[in-house]
Design a binder for this molecule. Structure first.
Ligand code: AHR
Length: 497
């Protein structure tokens, strides 16, 4: 089969936002303990952080990391995690039925973030807590000096304020599973007042109101409408969360998950804009897609109870080649919506539905889904270009006819680099892709081209075979006159510059 599209530097959507390549560290399972932090590990640094995981985090190209949850945050007391470690309490984590030792708290995490070179997006507990505690943690994190909590932070070794600029006003409070679950009205009022109070100290904060925990929630869109009516002037973002998996072996629909993500984003944008219109506001809300990934949730239901262990193995999904194609296509969807989605976090970073896996005392390795993320983060630069592929379609159970090839591109006017990101959703054949580059004046050459492909779509990476699936150079990628012709796109990315 053949697919084609035309690229033109004039057809820009929006600048590439670095925050699109965010990730998520929750105190959940082994994401923190024996994930980023394991003081007894052979690679641990003086702060107890695994340097093998730090190196992989940098290689992944993560920009922002949401912390400390997730469902966990809705019962979390941030002050349990500060001061001398020996004095910190062990607490029940009701969200994941495990024990939280609080060995890692905000000061440790900020140190880790500095080493990883990432920005922290801090999620507040608006489940069991409210305005006063949000102001306290903000003061601890961001106030320079003299106040009680600023001086407390300084006494813990952080002389300068951390300067966190992006805060999530709670997590998934529409979900009945959430500790402190709320109605849209209850949540909207609390989020608005929390935002108003925080802005009294720091007007320029970037604040995220909780959208629905998934587009399949019965209250989806109604929740966004009511929450935004109450918070519109106070917040900058509404959040979106989505996890994908194959149902009943339907791989065709699974490969088309980005069709659902596109629809979800468009629906949230439409809902937010309708509230803006109703309120006669010229402000355009952005979306923080701060949880997205492939997650085999149907497997997880059976193993929910972990019986109060510290750092139990929870949802350590092993990802295969098909999952990597889906992750690549979800990144394409996020990039294509860069005019409204300017922050996103793949959930999560290590062990828990993650691109990086570790064994306690053992190796760290890259899962298949690591590769599309790392390549896209490294190569997406400048402006996102509009791409309208002319592609054969295939029939899916869930989404009807879906294009076999999906793609997006970026163009960096400073360097002249053009990057094409494409996925081939066919389960049985390669697809030839012809890209017309006439708009670039013929001055391009192929600099690098990569694909994530394997003859076995179920192949995975493991502790003993960590590089079974990697990104490999794509050939043939040839550039003839003004057209990139017949580059075989097999589940991968392609760069032309
Ligand atoms: O990422 C795993 C969980 O998924 C998060 O804790 C929660 O916010 C979501 O439901």
């Amino acid at each position: 089969p053949n697919a084609s599209f035309r690229l033109d530097p004039a057809f820009t959507i929006a600048p590439v936002s670095r925050r699109t390549f965010g990730s998520f560290v929750e105190h959940m399972g082994r994401c923190v303990y024996t994930g980023i932090y394991e003081p007894t590990h052979a690679t641990a640094d003086a702060d107890g952080f695994r340097q093998d995981v730090l190196a992989l985090t940098r290689e992944l190209g993560v920009s922002t990391v949401r912390y400390p949850g997730g469902n966990f945050v809705s019962g979390y007391r941030w002050e349990d995690g500060i001061g001398p470690v020996a004095d910190r309490p062990v607490r029940r984590d009701l969200a994941w039925h495990s024990l939280e030792t609080n060995e890692v708290g905000i000061d440790e995490f900020m140190r880790w973030a500095g080493k990883a070179g990432v920005e922290v997006m801090y999620a507040l507990n608006l489940g069991t807590r409210g305005v006063a505690e949000a102001l306290d943690v903000q003061e601890y994190l961001n106030h320079p000096d003299r106040t009680r909590l600023a001086e407390l932070r300084r006494s813990h070794g952080a002389d300068k304020p951390y300067g966190i600029s992006m805060f999530c006003l709670g997590n998934e409070l529409d979900g009945p599973w959430q500790t402190g679950h709320k109605t849209a009205y209850e949540y909207g009022r609390l989020a608005a007042e929390t935002a108003r109070a925080m802005r009294a100290a720091e007007p320029d904060l970037e604040l995220v109101a909780c959208g629905s925990s998934s587009s399949s929630m019965p209250t989806f869109a109604a929740w966004e409408s009511e929450v935004l009516e109450l918070t519109y002037d106070q917040v900058d973002y509404i959040s979106a969360h989505a996890y994908y998996e194959p149902f009943d072996g339907d791989i065709g629909s699974f490969l088309a998950s980005a069709v659902d993500m596109d629809h979800f984003i468009n629906s949230v944008v439409a809902t937010a804009d309708s509230i803006g219109a109703k309120l006669k506001s010229r402000k355009r809300l952005k979306i923080s897609f701060d949880e997205w990934n492939v997650w085999y949730q149907t497997r997880f239901q059976a193993t929910r109870e972990t019986e109060w262990q510290v750092a139990p193995r929870v949802i350590e999904d092993s990802y295969n080649v098909t999952d990597a194609v889906v992750v690549g296509s979800l990144l394409i969807s996020l990039l294509r919506h860069s005019d409204r989605v300017t922050a996103a976090c793949q959930a999560q970073l290590v062990n828990v539905i993650a691109p990086i896996r570790t064994e306690p005392g053992g190796p760290a390795w890259r899962q298949t889904i690591f590769h599309p993320f790392a390549i896209t983060s490294r190569l997406a630069k400048g402006a996102v270009l509009r791409v309208e592929p002319d592609s054969p379609v295939y029939a899916t159970e869930r989404y009807g006819d879906v294009p076999v090839v999906d793609a997006v591109a970026t163009h960096d006017p400073d360097s002249g680099d053009v990057t094409i990101f494409a996925v081939n959703r066919s389960q049985d054949s390669a697809t030839d892709l012809t890209v017309s580059l006439a708009g670039f004046g013929g001055a391009l050459r192929v600099a690098e081209s990569w694909t994530v492909h394997d003859d076995d779509p179920n192949a995975t990476n493991t502790a003993t075979d960590p590089d079974r699936v990697t990104a490999v150079p794509l050939s043939p990628a040839s550039l003839s006159s003004a057209s990139l012709s017949s580059a075989s796109v097999a589940d991968g990315e392609l760069r032309v510059s």
